[in-house]
Design a protein around this ligand. Structure first.
Ligand code: HEC
Ligand code: HEC
Length: 242
């Protein structure tokens, strides 16, 4: 065991050696040719496209390596964070790509792939649209998730960043339908995103638990009563995975 550890260490040190030799300071006049800036597009297509699609449009969740649509990702910092932390089953790229390469990819994603504008939106309008278009599967935006009758396991949206919500609306991951601009226009999309953000972080004016749901309280209560009436609330509590 110890011997193995020692030889591992030796191999490892050789590596470290190699890397430090490669990264010796290069002055003008010697070891210069590596100077061209990293190509974010090339790195994206090599490393990210198999999961996120060539245009960041997302890959069907029915495939094991599926990654979401990232066409609403406008914040390079969020892309860097994703590469550095590897959310869900995305790998960590911190050891595979240099900081410069990660910056180049983040710029490519936010400047070339991010074609879904985000911003504005009216939460109240979004609440209506959510109840019409999303609640049949996602129930409410924050509490609960799966709804039994379709046998679909729609996740709850508690921690979903706006970019993933907008992407999912246009893309339709797995069994979820896509909502193209002809069905939900850009304002409506932004309203739904604003609504989900609102219910994720509601101002809590009166402290009463109902206020927590803000403008959807009545809608929510109606939903709950409907579910209670058909007696599947217990099922949802048991079967509803995130
Ligand atoms: C093995 C598949 C896979 C690969 C390869 C992959 N991703 Fe991901 N990526 C995912 C998954 C899955 C998620 C969703 C994580 C979640 O649900 O929060 C994700 C999320 C993201 C997000 C959204 C993060 C957020 O919270 O808004 C960005 C941006 C992203 N990836 C960029 C990249 C970039 C850039 C690369 C290439 C350097 C890459 N991904 C490679 C699977 C992958
Ligand atoms: C017919 C049922 C159905 C409807 C309607 C529906 N969804 Fe979904 N949604 C799903 C399912 C199922 C998944 C999980 C897909 C998967 O992971 O394969 C999902 C996933 C998502 C995700 C997560 C995407 C990711 O990257 O992990 C978001 C966000 C989302 N839906 C938002 C919405 C919004 C917003 C609406 C309304 C405009 C909506 N959905 C309408 C069934 C539905």
């Amino acid at each position: 065991m110890r011997i193995r550890a020692a030889s591992y260490l030796r191999n490892h040190l050789r590596w470290v050696w190699g890397i430090s030799i490669l990264s010796l300071p290069c002055g003008p006049g010697f070891c210069q040719p590596a100077a061209s800036p990293p190509d974010g597009a090339a790195i994206f297509h090599e490393r990210c496209a198999k999961c996120h699609g060539e245009k960041g449009e997302g890959v069907s969740a029915l495939i094991a390596i599926a990654g979401p649509n990232i066409q609403a990702e406008h914040n390079p910092g969020d892309v860097l964070t994703a590469m550095e932390t590897g959310p869900s089953h995305m790998p960590v790229f911190a050891g595979l790509l240099t900081v410069d390469e990660m910056h180049a990819v983040a710029d490519y994603v936010t400047q070339h792939l991010a074609v879904i504008p985000l911003g504005g939106g009216n939460p109240a309008e979004g609440g209506k649209l959510f109840r019409q278009n999303c609640a049949p599967c996602h129930r409410t935006a924050v509490r609960g998730g799966a709804l039994g009758y379709t046998e679909l396991n729609a996740p709850n949206l508690v921690n979903m960043p706006p970019a993933l919500i907008a992407g999912a609306i246009r893309w339709g991951p797995g069994p979820m339908p896509a909502f193209p601009a002809s069905v939900l226009n850009q304002d409506q999309l932004n309203s739904i995103v604003a609504y989900v953000k609102y219910v994720q972080q509601p101002p809590s004016p009166g402290g009463s638990p109902l206020n927590w749901y803000g403008p959807v309280a009545e809608g929510f209560v109606a939903w709950v009563m409907m579910f209670a009436a058909i007696g599947i609330v217990g099922w949802i509590e048991k079967g509803g995975k995130g």
